[in-house]
Design a protein around this ligand. Structure first.
Ligand SMILES: Nc1ncnc2c1ncn2[C@@H]1O[C@H](COP(=O)(O)OP(=O)(O)OP(=O)(O)O)[C@@H](O)[C@H]1O
Ligand SMILES: [Mg+2]
Length: 287
């Protein structure tokens, strides 16, 4: 999870934010509005990296021209340009508490895994950021910057923060799309390994009538046709979803319903999910 540098969802916008000021506080924002407000708030606070800038600033000493915008437990994310294109640089750093050789192996394995799976996912028609270049010496991935995007985590939190709005109805179509995307991913035998609402992004620019689901952060991914592995993948998401967004069981069930409708092998996967849930519950009871 990366959230030390990042800012939480803001519906306030920056100063002179036309969208935020034209929107009534009880009105639920669309994904496009939310992205615009986040970008404006970031520009107003001078946060060029969060606003999708990153060029023209001195940048980091290790990565000239790139500006840090997120620092996670295992990776740092920078914004800049790569061969003239807006790019995100994801650098996995070493963990001092691990044995140096094991650490090097794990870090390279995750970088490799992420690059390979993104290629496989794109082939299977799953929207993920395009990878421009991988440096295995420094464990850096240069990828497309999803500028007109926000995490589904931020969007859910923002929608739920609107008092009086029907957040369930507003989020339903997005949950439906997430379920469909996960079904396509699993039908392509890709196991994400770290499904959370921070790793499921929503993209929408002015040319897009509807938001698109984009999956990121494939460092723990694997390839498997086994329903068990797919069931565990959904279980990881369920756990993360319900702890990040409390009391959203009904909302999460839309993801599963959509998954069931769209995946070719959903019956076996959902059966495994039920088994994994039961095992989890037994473990909790035994302590
Ligand atoms: N290509 C991208 N374009 C725009 N924003 C991105 C992109 N990739 C990542 N982000 C942002 O950075 C955050 C962290 O990225 P990511 O999930 O890849 O790293 P992480 O969780 O720190 O990684 P790891 O789990 O490997 O430690 C995302 O939640 C998202 O907000
Ligand atoms: Mg992540």
């Amino acid at each position: 999870m990366a959230d030390k540098v990042e800012k939480g969802p803001s519906l306030e916008g920056g100063s002179g934010d036309s969208l935020a000021s034209s929107r009534k506080p009880t009105e639920i924002p669309t994904v496009a509005q939310m992205i615009e407000m986040q970008n404006k708030a970031a520009s107003a606070s001078g946060d060029s990296a969060a606003a999708g800038g990153g060029t023209g600033t001195p940048g980091s000493p290790q990565h000239p021209g790139f500006v840090l915008f997120k620092q996670g437990a295992e990776a740092r994310l920078y914004r800049g340009t790569f061969l003239g294109k807006p790019a995100v640089l994801k650098e996995r750093f070493s963990k001092k508490y691990r044995h140096p050789r094991l650490d090097e192996k794990l870090t390279t394995k995750r970088t490799q895994g992420e690059a390979r799976t993104v290629a496989r996912a794109r082939k299977a028609g799953i929207p993920t950021p395009c990878i421009y270049f991988v440096n295995y010496q420094s464990n850096c991935i240069y990828m497309e910057d999803l500028r007109s995007a926000t995490t589904s985590r931020d969007y859910i939190v923002a929608v739920q923060s609107v008092r009086g709005g029907d957040s369930f109805r507003a989020l339903q179509p997005i949950m439906d799309k997430i379920g469909k995307t996960l079904a396509t991913m699993h039908d392509g035998d890709i196991i994400h390994g770290d499904l959370t609402t921070s790793n499921i992004m929503l993209k929408q620019d002015s040319s897009m009538p509807e938001p698109q689901v984009v999956l990121i952060d494939f460092g723990l991914s694997s390839v498997s046709h086994l329903p068990e592995d797919k069931g565990v993948d959904l279980y990881v998401l369920e756990k993360a979803f319900l702890s990040t967004h409390p009391n959203t069981e009904e909302l999460f069930s839309i993801i599963l319903k959509s998954y069931t409708r769209h995946s070719r092998k959903s019956k076996e996967v959902i059966k495994k999910l039920d088994e994994v849930r039961l095992r989890g519950r037994k473990r909790t009871m035994v302590g």
